[in-house]
Design a protein around this ligand. Structure first.
Ligand code: NAG
Ligand code: NAG
Length: 206
């Protein structure tokens, strides 16, 4: 005899009967999930809307820590430096021990800045972009960051995640290159005063 699919309410009934705690708020599973949500808030994951409204005096939102504002600005500067082929700024914002995985590294972990310098050299010479394609010099590339989240781990480490949309003109037509990125920033140097990018992972959406 073939099994007929159970209606949804019958399934729910069976589920409640088999584990009433699941629906009474006493389930260890649900308690755990609630605890996880709470600790995520406590670990300070700051999404874009919080950052954007921070300049207005909204009282309903918790104050955005100054580190978050600073990291947001530094990350923007770094992406602009990549877009502009501005090696001096890039070098200043990255630690010499920077590690990365990115499409250009073909699955290999790359350490140091020289690998990246290669592309900055190309940008200077041929007006290519970090996506490695030759673009129309007359139209500057535009970068848009979406889904930005900044997570502070203590006061010296931060994980910044986002999607980067890069609009470029190629042979007279606009093109958008989308990548997903994670950047780890660490406060370094004398007195641990300066944020440096120490690792990033960049990939094309799969
Ligand atoms: C970049 O260009 C400079 C100046 O031409 C050169 O000395 C350096 O070796 C190049 N670096 C890379 C990684 O290609
Ligand atoms: C980070 O926090 C520790 C402990 O509260 C403090 O001693 C230290 O000065 C802080 N460092 C920075 C860079 O704010």
């Amino acid at each position: 005899m073939p099994l007929s699919p159970l209606p949804l309410n019958a399934l729910l009934f069976l589920l409640i009967r088999s584990n009433p705690a699941l629906f009474s708020g006493r389930s260890p599973l649900l308690t755990h999930a609630a605890a996880a949500t709470h600790s995520a808030a406590a670990s300070q994951v700051w999404p874009v809307p919080a950052l954007e409204s921070s300049s207005s005096s909204s009282s309903s939102m918790p104050a955005v820590p100054s580190e978050i504002e600073e990291l947001n600005a530094l990350n923007k500067r770094l992406l602009q430096a990549i877009t502009d082929g501005d090696w001096e700024t890039y070098k200043q914002l990255c630690d010499p021990s920077l590690t990365c995985f990115e499409p250009e590294s073909k699955g290999y972990l790359v350490e140091g800045l020289d690998f990246h310098k290669y592309y900055f050299n190309l940008t200077a010479a041929k007006k290519t972009t970090s996506v490695g394609k030759e673009v129309d010099a007359s139209a500057p590339a535009k970068v848009t960051v979406t889904n930005l989240k900044i997570r502070l781990l203590g006061n010296e480490t931060a994980v910044v995640t986002y999607n980067r949309l890069m609009q470029v003109m190629r042979q007279g037509s606009p093109e958008t290159v989308a990548t997903e990125e994670t950047r780890v920033w660490h406060k370094m140097g004398d007195g641990k005063k300066e944020w440096k990018n120490i690792h990033f992972h960049r990939s094309f959406p799969s």
